[in-house]
Design a protein around this ligand. Sequence first.
Ligand code: CP
Ligand code: NVA
Length: 318
Amino acid sequence: MAGTVEQDLAMQLRGRDFIGLVDYAPEEIQYLIDLAIELKQKQKAGELYQPLKGKTLGMIFEKSSTRTRVSFEVGMYQLGGHALFLSKNDLQLGRGETIYDTAQTMSRYLDGIMIRTYAHRTVIDLARAATIPVINGLTDLSHPCQALADYQTVQEKKGRLQGLKVAYIGDGNNMVHSLMMGAAKLGIHFAVATPEGYEPDSEVLQLSKESAAQTGGSLYVGTDAKEAIADADVVYTDVWASMGFEAEQKEREIAFKNYQVNDELVKYAKKDYLFMHCLPAHRGEEVSESVIDGRNSVIFDQAENRLHAQKAVMAAIM
Ligand code: CP
Ligand code: NVA
């Protein structure tokens, strides 16, 4: 007997890694967003949902985190499982044990691994060597958990995703890569404005363009913030110097000075635009206080949805 579309999608997600939205089909991403919304409603209604009873997630952190750490740990608890916080310095990984040996060993104890690291390659190598699902909790290249939670937030606020316009102003970093890929998969029009020399990765751009061509989305990349933000439904920005780039803070402040999202710039967006930021934010740098703390800002809804979106991912793949 043929299962429903949802059952087929659930089957097809089981055991998968969650490394980048590039690996997920549009209907799989939409399934995860819808599941996240459903799990959020269950949680708010006080309904227990514990499909991961007896399971354990290992969380490897090479970089700092507030949201990722807390939301994964709480999410795993709510799903009936347990999460272990593993800082790289406390693991033998920090003393030179290989990724391969670490992945193989951890696969004998755990049911899933979440990793936040620098080189994207590390996550790929870990996933290849592990026999359990691996989740990307941010690399220098991407941050798919955040983008998933963000599109969940947009869907909740706007009632749809297809055909909306999302503008990203600032650094061509991990955040824009995942947002751009997600937009392309979901049929969203995506516009990016960065200073020259800080453009998004060309390969991610190319792959996003290919997806957008199939979903009815579109992609604009340029240096003109006003052009990018024109008529946008969502205005997104992120820090000018990401983790690992702190030494460039001063030169970046100069390069990005005309890219602050402020009252003057958001005049070009739609009146009911959403302001979004993955956090942590630097008020007065990439965004003015008036915008980030203004009535269009949904930053804490995004932060909350990290919990629900990641629960959806964990429930689906683990
Ligand atoms: N947005 C995000 O990933 O936040 P943390 O760095 O606090 O985890
Ligand atoms: N681009 C930021 C995102 C933090 C969640 C960074 O990598 O530091």
